[in-house]
Structure formats: C-alpha cells, structure tokens
Design a protein around this ligand. Structure first.
Ligand SMILES: Cc1cc2nc3c(=O)[nH]c(=O)nc-3n(C[C@H](O)[C@H](O)[C@H](O)COP(=O)(O)OP(=O)(O)OC[C@H]3O[C@@H](n4cnc5c(N)ncnc54)[C@H](O)[C@@H]3O)c2cc1C
Length: 818
C-alpha cells in the first residue's frame, strides 16, 4: 500500500513493522479491533527482525515471561495454517548443557521451575546429550536438560505471517511511512505525525525497536534501551549433518542451531559492544554491522573444541546485527506512565521473536481493557526510572546486559556496570564502614557490611554466599542490640490538598482518615482486588500526608495515584525522595540509643507503635515513625538532606554504648522472612488479593465511601477461607537448601503451589520461604499440618513445614517493646 492511502484516523496506530509491531496488530484484529494502522518507516522486518537466529525457547527467568513465550510457541504451531504464510517453525526441542556443577545446579533449578510452569523437561546425562546432538564433544560436560517443546522459526517469515493475519483481520499496513512525532494533548496520545501528515488515534503503540527511545523521548516518555552488536556465524553446508535440536552452552557463551545442513553458532559474549551511541541513521534498512572476528574469536575457538566438525566446515557468513537491550535485561511493555493511551512493546534483549506472540496478545488486551490482562510486573515499563534513558548510562550498562543472558544467574547477583548513579547522603560513610553495595532502581544501598574492610569481595552461590556470616551477625545484632539501616532509596511523596483524604481513602484499602500523627499500613488495589502497591501513609496534618513506597515503584505508584485523582479534586503530589533520606534504627536497644540523643519522651506511652512525630536528634529535628520491617522495636527517621550527615554521625557516635552495628538489605530480607512481611513484586502483586496474601487485617471493609477493589474482595470473602493463600515455609534439616523463587511446593506428592521468595532466617536458624498454595476447601493451618509437604529445589524434593503465622515472635511482643 502506498503512503497516499494514509487515513485521517485509526482506532490504534502501531509504529514499527518488526516482529513486535506486526504481532500487536495481528492480536488487536483478533480481538475485533479492526481499525488498526501499522506505520513502518521502510519495509517490514528491515530493523532487527530479519536477521534474528530464530530460536524459540519457552522457559524464561520468570513465570510471566515464560507464559508469554509458551503462548508464542503454541501460536507458531498454527500460524502458518491460519494465514497461509510459511513460518519455518520446527519444534525440534532444545538442550541446555552445563560444564560446571554450579551451572548444573542453575539448570536443575530452572528445570524445576519449568516443571512448575507446566513445561515438559527431562534430565540428560552427557551420553544422552551426545545421543541427541551427535557432533558435540562431551569432555567436561556435567549434564543438562531437554526441553522438547522448544524449536526454531524463520523470523522474517513469521513477521510476514503476523502481517498477513493482521491484514486479513482488517488492519492497514503502510510501509515507507515514518512516524516523525507522537501527538500528545493534555497528557494523552491522540495520534501520530507521519511524513505524509497526521493520523488521529485513540491509542498509539511504540514498537520501533532500537529507534523507540528517541521517538518516545520527543513526547517526554522514557523507554530506556540501547542497541548492541550481536554476532553469529553460519557454516557452509556440512555433509551428513543430521537434523539437530538447539544446543545452549552458557558456560561457553554459545548456542548452536542446525538449519538446512548448516550450523549457526551464536554468541552472548560477556563483554558486549554497544552500538548507535550517536543515534541510528534514518537510512538504516536491512543493514548489517561490520564483522569483528577478533571480538568473537575466543568463543569461536571454544566452539571449535566443543563441536570439532566446525574445524573442517568453512564459515559462509560472519554476521553482526544490532539488537536493543534494556538496563535490567527485561523488555518494556504496557502503557507508559507519562502519556495515557501511549503503549510500548520494545527493548527485547534478544528474545523478541520467542516473546512476540505472548507480548502481542497481552498488549492488545491491555489496550482494549485499559489494564494488563494478567500480572506483568516483571516487564511493565512503569518499573523504569526517568534517569535510565540517559544515553551514557545505557551504553555502559549494555556492555554487560547482552552476556548476562548466558552468564550465571546467581541469587542476589548485582550489575557490575553503570553503578554509583544514585547515592544517599550517607554513601561514603557506609563505604567507610565496610558496606558492599547493591542497587535498586539505580540507588546504591548496602547489601551487607564487612566491618574493617574497605572493598569487600563477594562470592555468589546458590547455597550460602560469602557474606552469610556478615548477614548473620547483622540479624543477630538486630535481635539483641540495635542496627542502623540506610533506607534512603525508599520513595516518599507528599500528598496534600483539601481533597487529599478523600482521594487517598478511595485508593487505599485501609482507612487513612486517622488522627494526624498516625501511620497506616495499606495496599492499593485494582478493581479485581489485586495489589497494585504496598505503602505506608502517615497523616501529617488535616490535609497533608506522607506516602512511602519501595524504590522500584517510584514511577509506577505515583502514576497510579495521579491517575486516580478525579478532575474536580484538589490534591497535589510532590516527590520528596531526593530531599528526605531515611534511616532506620531497629532492635531492642533502639529506644535507649535514640533517647540519649533526644530531649523528647520516646517512651511507649508517649510514642506508641504506629505513630509518627517530629523529634529532636542532636541539633536537628527529624520525623520519626515507630514502625518495623524486621520484627523488632524500631524507628524510621526521615532526615532532611542537609541534616543527614549530622544525624548519622550522632547516631553512630552514641551507638557504641548500645552495641550498634550497621546492616544491609540481605539482613532485612532474612529478618522480614522470619516475620512473614510480604514484599511487593515477589510475594504480593497485581493478581494477589489481601485475602489471599493474608493481609485482610489492613482492609477497612466498612469505611465510608469504600475503596477501589472492595466489591471484588467482598465476593472473595463470601466464599469463605481463601482457596489460594500465601503461607510461610520452613525447610527441614541442616542440609536444607535455600529457596529463591518459583520452586514447586507439593503436599502428599501433589503440586499445590510455588515459592515467591526465600532466605535463611538467622533468628530461627532455618531455611525459610513464602509461597502461594491452593486447596479448594480453603488453606488452613490444620490442612497444612495434615499433609506431607515438600519443596522441590534443583530437581530434588525436600521436606518442609508451612503455616499461616510468623516463625519468629508471632505475637509481636518484640515489636511492641513496651
Ligand atoms: C543476531 C541476532 C540474533 C537474534 N536471535 C534471536 C532468537 O534466536 N530468538 C529471539 O527471540 N530473538 C532473537 N533476536 C532478537 C530479535 O531479533 C529482536 O528482539 C526482535 O526482532 C525485535 O523486534 P522489534 O519489532 O522490537 O524490532 P525491529 O525488528 O527492529 O522492528 C522495529 C521496526 O520499527 C520501525 N520503525 C522505527 N522507528 C519508526 C518510526 N518512527 N516510524 C515507523 N517505523 C519505525 C523500524 O524500521 C523497524 O522495522 C536476535 C537478534 C539479533 C540481532
């Protein structure tokens, strides 16, 4: 179709004719949204899609990403028949192979996870691997796993099949139609400007691959992604080469795909080459990047040792093409927080083909309904921070992200590149005290302290990591004395105005219409009763509130609240995070320590749990809230930035007499696990209701005006004990492994649920976890105790116990600390 056929309007305009854009268009028409216009600046597939290797695997890092990939595989199985356009899909299976015991454990944990997600998986010995993949040299191979549902596809053909299906459904696809600008009015996308003129639209979708960041930035929208060079080689035809499944060798940074008697050997090298830092030329169309044989030589040599027939086979093609990578290796999906009606599906980190079907379907439903069809927190674009579209940051991070796809996915693994971006005012003091830093949303925060060491080194592990003893000391100190945590990365909003209480009370499930000085723990729910946010709300004054949430929710929670302010309401949100660092002082001696620095009465009667007030510390006045996230007596201290150093030094100086230590996030995670304190994004999220999560104590069922999600919760409550319920797990025995996420839970041999998070509990001395389990008659302590519970870790089952209440101090006597 020529650009002359440009319509004046469309229901939905999709920007970009790669695998993502065509899949979105196809799935929109499947939902009956036929008035779809797809604009492609040059030709379909001409960006990254045409040269992809076409591997179609299903097991991804999380359940959500796996579900989208699973659907893609199923769709590829029928797309050709449906559209009449060949896709080249072949379900040959894949082998994931380990050279080290650590990698084998990683694969085995992944295999258990896959089983949990309903994927067929089989364990393979080295001999069995060679049986399925005869050209491989199995020297040094420890073992592997076989995924029969995986396969391969021709990416250009599959894109053409999506496009054909979309056209058959009524969509219009215009090639040679660049979108020059996204049109925004009053915070809403209303169409696009093309080279041929404007097109009005109800929704606009950015599927512009590596061009997406700059296009969105013009509209004030952050889509943090950056291109990197991505390499593979293809051999000449090899006589007698059998039809082979896909083979992955993470330890050697290589994968192998057989197609038409040739081998494609692809690389995910540990140090990648960012590309396009100065922008990507408009003329780019079906282009390749210059070969860099030196760059891939070490991996190609390893491949030649692993598959000796490569020595004889000539290389027909040294391929190098660009692909987009995001700062956390997960793609960007959903409605942008900055502009309503503007959606994105982009930044695919080399999994765009295998994710395309699920992504297109989920996004089409999101556009139709105005909300995600299923929980997609892991890939939701609202997790990104505005600073992350900084180009130098992205380029530096991209050096690492490509290789991370194949590197070890250690628990608690931290990024090594583009660090030190956001630092609390205490940063240098923390380093001097021996902190080893982790990162959340770009914020540096201590993982643990190695007192006396200036640059502690770490060794990651699926078992006890090298910092285990340090974390243990911090946890025990918190139980016995007092520990200081830097919580500056917590996000704080001031919410003010005559209608603040009305708006907040509609958004919060708990009642925030309380006396000034009270702190309310609450969830924000969606209409289905799922948990969108987990926050504390402190009433500072009649019309003034302080909302505190976790670092990664900075953009998301603000956007949620802003979008729930009615047009006629007078409410103003101010992000105070940068000016209000936060310290937390936790442990039985926290009160005595603080009292020594303050003239105010901090006794339990004057300053009870769940209240907040301004107090003096040293020469400063700070807001102190009596709360805890570790299950001990404790205080959160909100310190205006210019007083931060003074308050910190005063606390540390006074602390010596009270056994003060500094603590990190690994300790916090362990301490919260013993108390069963839920973490949003892991233990609670969009598909978990407070009833299922065991948080109904924070629901004000009958407050005037109700709250969003109340009707759904009432329906659930009327059905009696929750059939799906978060429980706290404890694995038995000294040799019990640590659990992290997605491990299957069995009762009397039947799969009943899945772990959401885990840690070693140092106060109760056991490997602990949390997870949802299901029982049609309701999950109760009696039902849990009556069955034989097991958790599967790395393909092996371990005995476990589960209960609804906390393992540590279930009566909260320590928290009250009266
Ligand atoms: C070497 C290599 C191997 C790979 N192997 C695999 C694999 O085995 N499996 C897998 O799943 N993935 C693989 N990938 C990744 C996969 O190719 C990408 O994730 C996927 O193709 C991205 O699709 P896309 O639609 O987001 O981007 P693109 O294919 O780049 O499409 C974006 C389109 O938008 C158009 N566009 C941009 N701006 C505008 C504008 N302003 N107006 C109109 N149109 C615009 C562009 O011209 C382009 O056609 C590989 C990638 C590489 C480089």
């Amino acid at each position: 179709m020529s650009a002359a056929a440009l319509p004046a309007s469309a229901d939905v305009v999709v920007i970009g004719g790669g695998v993502a854009g065509t899949s979105v268009a196809y799935h929109l028409t499947k939902l009956g949204i036929r008035d779809v216009l797809l604009c492609e600046r040059k030709q379909l597939t001409c960006g990254t899609t045409w040269h992809a290797a076409g591997l179609v695997t299903q097991l991804r890092a999380t359940r959500q990403m796996t579900e989208l990939a699973k659907y893609t595989g199923e769709l590829f199985g029928r797309l050709e028949q449906e559209t009449g356009q060949a896709t080249g899909f072949q379900q040959r299976g894949s082998l994931r192979v380990a050279n080290t015991p650590e990698r084998y454990e990683e694969l085995a944990r992944g295999a258990s996870m896959g089983r949990n997600f309903g994927l067929p998986v089989e364990r393979m010995s080295p001999a069995e691997i060679r049986e399925r993949w005869p050209p491989v040299n199995i020297d040094g191979i420890v073992g592997g796993f076989w995924f029969p549902n995986d396969g391969q596809v021709n990416p250009a053909d599959v894109t053409m099949a999506y496009a054909k299906g979309a056209r058959l459904g009524g969509a219009r696809i215009l090639e040679h139609t660049p979108v020059t600008r996204i049109l925004v009015e009053r915070g809403r996308a209303v169409g696009v400007m093309t080279g041929e003129g404007p097109v009005r639209a109800r929704s606009v979708v950015v599927c512009g691959g590596m061009w997406s960041r700059e296009l969105a930035a013009q509209a004030g929208v952050s889509l943090p992604l950056h291109a990197a060079e991505h390499f593979y080689v293809v051999t000449e035809p090899i006589a007698g080469l059998p039809r082979l499944p896909v083979l992955f060798l993470g330890d050697e940074w290589t994968y192998y795909k057989e197609d038409a008697g040739k081998l494609l050997v692809g690389f995910f090298e540990p140090v990648a080459k960012p590309w396009g830092q100065r922008g990507i030329a408009d003329s780019f169309c079906f282009e390749t990047l210059p070969e860099d044989v030196e760059h891939i030589a070490p991996y190609l040599e390893a491949a030649t040792r692993r598959v000796p027939l490569l020595k004889q086979a000539g290389i027909q093609l040294f391929f190098n093409g660009p692909e987009s990578f995001t700062p956390d290796d997960r793609y960007l999906l959903g409605e942008t927080p900055e502009v309503r009606g503007l959606y994105c599906a982009t930044g695919f980190n080399s999994v765009g083909i295998l994710s395309s079907g699920g992504v297109g379907k989920a996004l089409a439903e999101w556009i139709r309904d105005g909300r995600p069809p299923v929980e997609l927190i892991d890939v939701d674009v609202r997790r990104m921070q505005p600073f992350q579209r900084n180009r130098r940051y992205l380029a530096d991070r991209t050096v690492e992200t490509l290789g991370l796809l194949f590197d070890m996915h250690w628990p608690a693994r931290q990024f090594a590149t583009a660090r030190g971006v956001r630092r609390s005012p205490f940063h240098d003091r923390l380093l001097a005290a021996g902190a080893w830093m982790t990162e959340a949303a770009g914020f540096e925060r201590p993982g643990f302290f190695a007192p006396g060491e200036t640059a502690p080194q770490v060794r990651y592990s699926y078992g006890h990591p090298s910092w285990f003893a340090h974390t243990r000391a911090e946890c025990r100190n918190t139980a016995e004395h007092v520990t200081l945590f830097d919580h500056s990365c917590f996000v704080k909003y001031g919410v003010e105005g005559v209608d603040a209480v009305r708006v907040l009370n509609r958004v919060c499930a708990n009642d925030v219409d309380v006396a000034p000085g009270r702190v309310v723990y609450t969830q924000w729910l969606n209409e289905a009763g799922g948990i969108e946010a987990d926050v504390t709300v402190t009433r500072l004054a009649e019309e003034s509130f302080l909302v505190v949430t976790i670092a990664v929710s900075q953009v998301r929670d603000r956007s949620w609240l802003q979008r729930h302010i009615p047009d006629d309401a007078r409410v103003y949100i101010t992000d105070l995070t940068s000016g209000l660092p936060m310290l937390a002082l936790m442990g039985p001696k926290s009160r005595a320590l603080l009292q020594g620095l303050s003239q105010d009465d901090l006794g339990d009667a004057a300053f009870p749990f769940g209240t907040s007030r301004e107090i003096e510390i040293g020469y400063a006045r700070v807001r102190a809230s009596r709360l805890t996230f570790v299950g001990e007596l404790g205080y959160e201290l909100y310190v205006p930035a210019e007083f931060a150093a003074h308050v910190f030094d005063a606390i540390v100086a006074a602390g010596a007499a009270h056994g003060l230590r500094q603590g990190g996030y690994f300790a916090i995670n362990a301490l919260r696990m013993e108390k069963g304190y839920r973490h949003w994004g892991h233990d609670i999220g969009e598909e978990d209701s407070p009833l299922q999560a065991g948080l109904s104590f924070a629901v004000a069922w009958d407050k005037p005006g109700g709250f969003i999600g109340r009707e759904a919760l009432l329906r659930q409550r009327s059905q009696g004990a929750a059939a799906r319920r978060l429980v706290l797990l404890r694995l038995g025995g000294q040799e019990a492994p640590l659990v992290h996420h997605h491990e299957p839970i069995y009762r009397d041999g039947v799969l009943i649920g899945s772990v959401t998070s885990g840690a070693y509990g140092h106060r109760v001395d056991a490997s602990l976890g949390m997870g949802y389990v299901t029982c049609a008659d309701g999950v109760t302590d009696a039902w849990l105790a009556a069955g034989q519970l097991e958790v599967e870790v790395a393909w092996q089952r371990y005995p476990a116990r589960a209960q609804l209440g906390a393992w540590y101090d279930p009566r909260n006597t320590r928290v009250r600390g009266a």
